[in-house]
Design a protein around this ligand. Structure first.
Ligand code: FES
Ligand code: FES
Length: 185
């Protein structure tokens, strides 16, 4: 079955069995290996990507459901690692083994796209399904607050951050340009 969808900004047609999970298409057909296989049953979050702008599991989504859709993987989140979540992850040295981290970053960036200044409760709720066997949860939470600060600073023309611990004013200033994928040639 030929399915056409947009992956990381590029229109792509794949010819696979209709029940092939998106994760298999990404890794084995399109060679996008950043998205990881964990449980294969939608329970761990390692395979999280954005589907039509929302953090979604890719291990249990048949490709046939995605015709005309838009998928963003960790490779497409930014051209050069400049997305605020990626910068915050580096600054706070979040990963340990790293296996879960692509999924964590995709869930975190999806959260910030709809809740630019999340509370701890918002973060815990949004990240609840992303399992980390190395238990980096505290650094993940700190990094999401830091990413929110960075995004707010970017949205304010790069002025200095407020240093308010990420709690801020709740203003929605996450830069829209950073919520979109890089555009493919
Ligand atoms: Fe998809 Fe675990 S591999 S949720
Ligand atoms: Fe090792 Fe999360 S960093 S599983």
């Amino acid at each position: 079955m030929a399915v056409t969808l947009k992956v990381n900004g590029k229109t792509t047609t794949v010819d696979v069995a209709p029940d092939t999970p998106l994760l298999w298409v990404l890794r084995d057909v399109l060679d996008l290996k950043g998205t990881k296989y964990g449980c294969g049953i939608g329970q761990c979050g390692a395979c999280t990507v954005h589907i039509d702008g929302v953090a979604s599991r890719s291990c249990n989504r048949p490709i046939s459901e995605l015709a005309g859709g838009e998928v963003v993987t960790i490779e497409g989140l930014s051209v050069d690692g400049a997305h605020p979540v990626q910068r915050a992850w580096v600054e706070l040295d979040v990963p340990q083994c790293g296996y879960c981290q692509a999924g964590q970053i995709m869930s975190a960036s999806s959260l910030l796209s709809r809740t630019p200044r999340p509370t701890d409760t918002d973060i815990d709720r949004a990240m609840n399904g992303n399992i980390c066997r190395c238990a980096t949860y505290l650094r993940i939470r700190q990094a999401i607050h830091r990413a929110a600060q960075m995004a707010a600073a970017d949205g304010n023309g790069g002025r200095r951050e407020t240093g308010d611990g990420g709690q801020g004013t709740g203003e929605s200033s996450f830069p829209k340009s950073l919520l979109t994928t890089r555009t493919g040639a």
